[in-house]
Write a protein of this length. Structure first.
Length: 172
């Protein structure tokens, strides 16, 4: 679903994914910069939640406006788009997007229900969650998109890389 945007996509479908990706990029950028704790939670947790709500709205809008509530149509559309881009019709990739949605929802709920535990969770869990979310968001924003969304995705990735490079250099 995150990569279902085509020229004839409904503006609601397109703009909700853009909102989600902007929220995602802002929060991840701050987290990479190690902005954590009670002070940052006031900004980041609502932003993370808004992004999650936007991605849920995107999925609902895509199913309503693009796929007319047909799972089969969504799979076929995903297969066509994937084949156009990589030469392999893989409609089942849609299920990776469902997992993306579930992981983000679970992460938001965990942050609201157990904020202190969320912020001190094991690094391997943090990297696993954000690694998966990043992989899907990167594919959705850069690989399977074009125009403003792709440019925004590339800018976000450059910012993430600079933050990580600065962290790495500071640790040496």
């Amino acid at each position: 679903m995150i990569y279902s945007a085509m020229p004839d996509t409904n503006p609601i479908t397109l703009n909700t994914v853009r909102i989600a990706l902007v929220c995602y990029a802002i929060v991840v950028g701050f987290l990479l910069a190690e902005c954590r704790g009670r002070r940052w939670r006031i900004l980041l947790r609502p932003m993370w939640t808004i992004g999650c709500i936007a991605i849920v709205a995107h999925v609902v809008a895509a199913f309503h406006y693009t796929h007319h509530w047909s799972q089969q149509d969504a799979i076929q559309s995903t297969a066509r788009k994937t084949e156009q881009l990589i030469g392999w019709a893989f409609g089942e990739g849609l299920y990776f997007n469902y997992l993306f949605l579930l992981v983000w929802i679970a992460d938001v709920l965990f942050w609201w229900l157990r904020p202190e535990r969320y912020e001190t969770r094991p690094a391997c869990l943090e990297y696993g969650i954000h690694g998966y979310l990043f992989f899907i968001a990167f594919n959705g924003a850069v690989i399977f998109e074009s125009g403003v969304t792709r440019i925004g995705g590339i800018v976000a990735i450059v910012i993430f890389a600079v933050i990580l490079l600065r962290r790495w250099l500071a640790s040496r």
